[in-house]
Design a protein around this ligand. Sequence first.
Ligand SMILES: [Zn+2]
Ligand SMILES: [Zn+2]
Length: 279
Amino acid sequence: MICDLHTHSAFSPDAKDTAQAMILKAIDMGIQYYAITDHCDCNFWEMPPSPDVRDADMYGSRYYAKASISRLDDMKKIYGGQLELICGIELAQPLQNLEAAQKIVSDKRLDMVIGSHHMNKGKDDFYWLELGKMSREQVERLLEDYFSEILDMCVWGEFDVLGHLTYPLRYIAERCEFEIDMSQYEEVIREIFKTLIRNDKGIEINTSGLRQPIGKTLPDIRYVKLFHDMGGSVITIGSDAHSCAEIGAGIEDGIKLAEEVGFEYLSYFRKRVPLMVTY
Ligand SMILES: [Zn+2]
Ligand SMILES: [Zn+2]
């Protein structure tokens, strides 16, 4: 297997397996380019205001994000000869705490930064939203804010690849009776891609959706093709594994998809510089 560039170790509050166990599994599977990209939700930089707050365990990212980077930097010295180990981070909601985001992205040990958006400003993670109880209009409004906040994040642009674009669709597919007409977001999605391409940034094909009710990659083939056709050249593939067992899940399908829409190369990163690998 060529790569898996989006995985979480126990330095992510929602994952359990140690970085070392994850790396040994990746070596065992023969993965050539392997990244651990633990969470750093910038709006959860400090410790939680109270233990009862929603997502209390995700708070304190200033501690675990740095700990993850330090650990991976050490692991590279031990396992670097056995696979291309990439020291990454999944930086989420950077604009909701810009100072925190700047502190993380300026860390010279980082190879790769995934820019993600899990929650709109002032709202919970889409994972927590009671989408099944909302009207179509309410859900559409949330999506409108979602894409617009992503566009702002892309204009800021201090990351390497945009993580799992269309993340809310994962939960909409699971919980809503209706389907969303995505054509209303076409313009903002094109603007997102234009901004990324102008700054030589990429998108990822996140294969987590393949093992969830949505049954598609995030984003799906339509948007991966659009990104390619608009001139995008930086594309990564990641499973978003939160355990050893999920490493590499769906990667072969992701590679097929990239190939099908016309990408000749996949990307990985070394010290924030995109490098290309052929299939
Ligand atoms: Zn994510
Ligand atoms: Zn992730």
